[in-house]
Design a protein around this ligand. Structure first.
Ligand code: DP6
Length: 363
């Protein structure tokens, strides 16, 4: 598929007013996307677990608008977040519509009222751009399906991921599940820089219903926005080696996901998380995004793993929160370790229990 394959062509059918609602999840990267070029093209391939409980639900009411020269217009929309008008989110969404109108020119023929809510607390330090952008993308594809009923489910998912990527790179990985690869890679059949694909090989059952408990160490707004963060990789002294390493890690984790080598999984996933933070420590300007409790938790996880011969491990986003990953078969004992030990390092003892999920759902 090329970029031009995503340009809407059909002119036959008209759609009147339409209201659609989609729920799409967040995701957690195992091999990280960090560094991109225009337009939202990743410097390396990445892979993530799609989550289940952390999601955004978005309703869009499309109302026909009187337009003479649609091509000269900007998207017309209003935005409500958790019931309240949210004008400070508008610029990011406006930029998204500017980028996607080339592929979805029909959006200019409607006034859109977008109402969104997250299942996770807004101030939890959990990025909502992946679930937020993918939910809007799915709503646009529902309108497109009305205008062109011939499009297949496969095309809908692919184009939704393509559109979501233009809003936020990691959002391309939030349409499907349980494991999604985004970024072209010679060893992953069908992979593309333009959209995410479902991991195309058979996944070992040890990864079924894999658990992710998110420890909320720091609930503040992100200290480094993703735009600033990705830009740090321009002229970064270790950038090229990092992109090579990430692609090698992707090849390696592809094997691990198929053969179930859990010790190799733990090693690779933790190394990826620490490397992401190492990139921030060694950029200029430089950032320390971990907090003292992030390190306490990592050390406690390592002790627990050693003492109990456990398969618990961690990964990190570009922030202080810790994602604790473990097989479903170890859920009972690890949940009690989290409750009795790790929770104390979280802000107000807050953490969120999640697990691997299957992607976007119509509501
Ligand atoms: C550290 O997808 O938030 O979570 O494309 O600028 O919106 P933009 O960036 P974003 O970056 C995510 C970075 C990460 C790693 C990952 O999810 O792969």
């Amino acid at each position: 598929m090329n970029t031009s394959d995503f340009i809407f062509q059909s002119k036959d059918k008209k759609a009147d007013n339409l209201t659609v609602t989609w729920q799409t999840p967040s995701n957690i990267a195992l091999v990280k996307y960090w560094g991109k070029s225009e337009p939202q093209i990743p410097k390396n391939a990445s892979v993530s677990f799609t989550l289940n409980n952390c999601h955004t639900t978005t309703k869009i009411e499309f109302t026909k608008r009187d337009v003479l020269m649609a091509s000269e217009l900007q998207a017309d929309f209003e935005l409500f977040f958790e019931g309240k008008k949210k004008d400070d989110f508008k610029p990011k969404i406006a930029k998204f519509f500017e980028r996607v109108k080339e592929y979805c020119p029909y959006i200019l023929e409607y006034s859109m009222v977008i109402s969104s809510e997250n299942s996770f607390p807004h101030s939890s330090g959990i990025a909502s751009s992946a679930s937020g952008m993918s939910a809007i993308a799915m709503c646009l594809m529902s309108l497109e399906k009305e205008l062109n009923p011939n499009i297949t489910k496969e095309f809908i998912n692919q184009k939704a991921s393509f559109l979501a990527r233009l809003g936020s790179g990691s959002a391309s990985r939030s349409i499907e599940g349980p494991i999604v690869v985004w970024g072209s890679h010679s060893e992953i059949e069908g992979s593309s820089d333009l959209f995410g694909i479902k991991f195309p090989y058979k996944i070992h059952p040890i990864f079924d219903n894999y658990q992710d408990t998110i420890l909320l160490v720091d609930k503040d707004e992100k200290q480094v926005s993703s735009t600033v963060g990705h830009n740090l990789m321009h002229n970064h002294p270790y950038a090229e080696n990092r992109f090579t390493q990430a692609n090698e890690n992707l090849e390696e984790i592809s094997k691990i996901l198929q053969n179930g080598d859990i010790k190799a999984f733990i090693n690779l996933v933790e190394s990826e998380a620490l490397t992401l933070h190492a990139m921030m420590l060694t950029s200029n300007p430089y950032f320390i995004l971990m907090k003292p409790n992030t390190l306490e938790i990592i050390n406690r996880i390592w002790e627990y793993r050693q003492e109990n011969n456990s398969n618990i491990c961690f990964t990190l986003d570009a922030g202080a929160n810790v994602h604790v990953l473990y097989p479903n078969s170890e859920k009972t004992e690890i949940e009690s370790f989290i409750k009795n030990d790790l929770a104390a390092y979280c802000q107000k003892n807050h953490y969120i229990c999640d697990s691997v999920g299957f992607g976007a759902r119509p509501m």
